[in-house]
Design a protein around this ligand. Sequence first.
Ligand SMILES: *[C@@H]1O[C@H](CO)[C@@H](O)[C@H](O)[C@H]1NC(C)=O
Ligand SMILES: *[C@@H]1O[C@H](CO)[C@@H](O)[C@H](O)[C@H]1NC(C)=O
Ligand SMILES: *[C@@H]1O[C@H](CO)[C@@H](O)[C@H](O)[C@H]1NC(C)=O
Ligand SMILES: *[C@@H]1O[C@H](CO)[C@@H](O)[C@H](O)[C@H]1NC(C)=O
Ligand SMILES: *[C@@H]1O[C@H](CO)[C@@H](O)[C@H](O)[C@H]1NC(C)=O
Ligand SMILES: *[C@@H]1O[C@H](CO)[C@@H](O)[C@H](O)[C@H]1NC(C)=O
Ligand SMILES: *[C@@H]1O[C@H](CO)[C@@H](O)[C@H](O)[C@H]1NC(C)=O
Ligand SMILES: [Zn+2]
Length: 596
Amino acid sequence: MVLRKSALFGFLLLFGFLSLSDSHPINKNLPVYIRFNASHEYRNTVSSNEFNKPITLSRVQEYSRSNNVGSSLKCFACKEALNIALWKFRTPDRKYTGLFKFVISVCERLNIEPSPICSGIVNAMKNETQYLLKHLNVTGEMVCGLIFPSTCKTLDLSWNRDKWVVPIASPRPQNTMSLTKNFKSKAKPLRVLQISDLHIDFQYKPGSPNNCKEPLCCHKDSTSRDNAKAGYWGDYGSCDVPYWTVENFFQHVSKEKFDYIIWTGDLPAHNDWSQTKESQLFLLKNLTKTILKYFPNTPVYPALGNHESFPVNSFPPAYVTNTNSINWLYNALVDAWSPWLKKDALQTVRKSGFYTQLVKPGLRLISLNMNYCNTENYWMLINPVDPNGELEWLEGALHKAEQVNEKVHIIGHIPPSIGGDCLDVWRSNYYNIIMRYRHIVRGQFFGHTHKDELEILYTNSSLSEPVSVAYIAPSITTFSDLNPGYRVYEMDGEQWNILDHQTYILNLAKANQLITGPQWELEYSAKNAYNLTTLSVESWHELYQNWMHTRKSSISFHKYYSYYYKGHPPKEVCDAACRKQLLCSISAGNFTVTSC
Ligand SMILES: *[C@@H]1O[C@H](CO)[C@@H](O)[C@H](O)[C@H]1NC(C)=O
Ligand SMILES: *[C@@H]1O[C@H](CO)[C@@H](O)[C@H](O)[C@H]1NC(C)=O
Ligand SMILES: *[C@@H]1O[C@H](CO)[C@@H](O)[C@H](O)[C@H]1NC(C)=O
Ligand SMILES: *[C@@H]1O[C@H](CO)[C@@H](O)[C@H](O)[C@H]1NC(C)=O
Ligand SMILES: *[C@@H]1O[C@H](CO)[C@@H](O)[C@H](O)[C@H]1NC(C)=O
Ligand SMILES: *[C@@H]1O[C@H](CO)[C@@H](O)[C@H](O)[C@H]1NC(C)=O
Ligand SMILES: *[C@@H]1O[C@H](CO)[C@@H](O)[C@H](O)[C@H]1NC(C)=O
Ligand SMILES: [Zn+2]
């Protein structure tokens, strides 16, 4: 989950433009007049007699309909506002003097966010934005497509501009075997813990407002909207979790034995605007120490989340050096992760934040840096072609693993979902690679959505041939309106297939009432809940087919819905639209599902 800083930024410009049209001050009563000037895109699309004169709302609507630029006025106005604001502040040396001050003042004047958030977020983004404005011909079309992807359908930058394809070494060998439904292994199964999306909030304050005007609540200075108060262990409001809840979680799980732990990122709270590089580094060290304290002898394999950087989502590729370079973070990762990773793994971490390491003879783990596919990592706008060569590296690592007969587990933070936060072109390439190496990729593990989700990779949109399964594990944070949760996998110790998994939750409503302390409880075991004999790709596929083709909501689909929200689903039942959306989100691959 991310605070949509792009949305904030775009709105600021939009409202700023409207309010600055001096002859037509912002007016809540329609028609709103918008003065068009200077927008090159507009110049090119309207006849000259329409240009440079105020036009009414209805004409904007008419224009946006007739030119097929996206269905909404919001989209059109956004593009125009951005084009004009960019033009207004563009100096010959592309320094955009005054732009940031202007944006902050507009944000404050129009009460878009409380003042510290306005300046916090704009200042955080300043260096990055300046670099982008200098190196890119940024247009309203570009930015608004990012802000309103559903209504402002514009160019999918990475895909349309550079349909890049990662080369794949050779075709898949014929005599390959994967887990069948009748698979039996004699080896002792492994138990693996997945921890995801901790989002610790050191400022969490029990009794503070849990419903507030800021994007993150449960702070002592949160601006209250009603009288609701934050519980001790966490809250269903827009809040992250306090340190003591996370410590309680570690105390609880450390009583059990795990062969190893996968830790799929997102450590800081969601108060992006008040973070600094120093606060991010403090947290990274603090949490690494916390894990070592509770699991001194258990191997841990971390993956990098989108919140670890500053500003959030900002992960410049290696060619960005000097003040904007990401070295400050990757160097710190090397230090933080060195108790668990070997020298060659740390080498790629230092350069790119990803690595591979042998977990057991025959089982290789690959930890991806999914920030190079993050749609909100705006560095990708400059050159989205396989940033830091990550996918080419992945292909190479899988090829090597195939040759020495290793099986592979892939971990990462952002899942490569259709319509999710991963760039389409990156996702397509990723799935082509998985498709090729499907016989050795025995598991994929992600986080980021904070929900408990499943993804099945198919060869194409007919969804007839399943290839691989990705597990999206629940978050420790409650953000937002969720119970905290974690996941344990049972894996066969020979072919490294996933045999079963258990999900545990902390029922907050109960926990906050008990004096005895929080009770982490088993929510479900996948095999039991869904009546599966194994967690093979075929088993999941059959279950999914069953959900798709049973017209009425089945008991097992209803379970999926409840588990998706970690036992705290919305009060409304999952209606047809909800059902369709949830089902759609399960299919993955190099295709777009147009019906979703
Ligand atoms: C509109 O554009 C013209 C030149 O194209 C310029 O002279 C004028 O100052 C602009 N007006 C505003 C309000 O920006
Ligand atoms: C922005 O760059 C300046 C130097 O150009 C540096 O001092 C400052 O710390 C940077 N700000 C952020 C938020 O990285
Ligand atoms: C921006 O546009 C100018 C003029 O159209 C062009 O010369 C330049 O190459 C473009 N720069 C980028 C980074 O696309
Ligand atoms: C992490 O930081 C918190 C808050 O400052 C502190 O109470 C705790 O002891 C730290 N944990 C470790 C392991 O350093
Ligand atoms: C994805 O599939 C399309 C055909 O539907 C193909 O043209 C494209 O090359 C594939 N993408 C990649 C990255 O291979
Ligand atoms: C989709 O995949 C199935 C199974 O792999 C195959 O039989 C079918 O021809 C494919 N359809 C298209 C349009 O590629
Ligand atoms: C569970 O699956 C078995 C076969 O795999 C079937 O015989 C049984 O009826 C199923 N039970 C339920 C409750 O669906
Ligand atoms: Zn998260």
